[in-house]
Design a protein around this ligand. Structure first.
Ligand code: 5RP
Length: 220
């Protein structure tokens, strides 16, 4: 029988627990796949020193499962960072930020020695760019940044009623040419008023745990 997307997410999340080293600090991302990872980690016998959470939602779920939280400023390095993606390509470059938490996710990813992406097969794409790219912007610069995004070929749309963890706004952009993801990531981040964009090309995953109908594939 065909597995649902949630069942596939769960398979990837459960597999990721095997890659969590004991007695280390780790990083934990945000989203529905990560929620399943937190649940699987919490129910496992794995003992970790603590985890940095990238959102209030992840922190709350970690607390529910007794996973100790630490602040990113308390660690200089994390053994692994486990997170989902909105899209991921064969180079393991990603679009993230569907949950609007990509700024913290990029910071925590950079602290980690290994980035493990957990995803169901719908997220694996040849070329990035169908999923809108989330931009965290300083509120007073939102219109100015949006005009620059239009000049780059994008169609920006403000995420109504949403504020990031840092009190900034999120503008979702479709239509950008992501054939050169690193170049576009850099170009977007050079816009004044942009805090961070959701292209993870400079910080790709090291390992993708991809759950497919015919099994879980590990891609490096
Ligand atoms: C949040 C993210 C998530 O990893 C991404 O949106 C995937 O979410 P889900 O696991 O719910 O499909 O980048 O900012």
């Amino acid at each position: 029988m065909k597995k649902s997307q949630t069942e596939l997410k769960r398979l990837a999340a459960e597999k990721a627990v095997e890659f969590v080293p004991e007695n280390e600090y780790i990083g934990i991302g945000t989203g529905s796949t990560v929620n399943l990872f937190i649940e699987a980690l919490g129910k496992s016998s794995k003992q970790i020193k603590g985890a940095v959470a990238t959102s209030r939602e992840s922190a709350a779920l970690m607390a529910q499962y007794g996973i100790p939280e630490i602040h990113p400023n308390e660690v200089s390095s994390l053994a692994v960072y486990v997170d989902g993606a909105d899209e991921i390509n064969p180079l393991l470059q990603m679009i993230k930020g569907g949950g609007g938490a990509h700024l913290g996710e990029k910071i925590v990813a950079r602290l980690a020695q290994q980035f493990i992406c957990i995803a169901d097969e719908t997220k694996y794409v040849k070329r990035l760019g169908k999923f809108p790219v989330a931009m965290e912007v300083i509120p007073m610069a939102r219109s100015m940044v949006s005009r620059e995004l239009v000049k780059l070929g994008g169609q920006p749309e403000l995420r109504i009623g949403f504020k990031s963890l840092n009190g900034n706004e999120i503008v979702d952009v479709t239509g950008l040419d992501l054939s050169q993801p690193i170049a576009m990531e850099d170009k977007l981040n050079a816009i004044l008023g942009m805090v961070e964009n959701g292209i993870f090309a400079r910080d790709p995953a090291d390992l993708l745990i991809l759950a497919k109908q015919d099994g879980v594939e590990l891609i490096t």
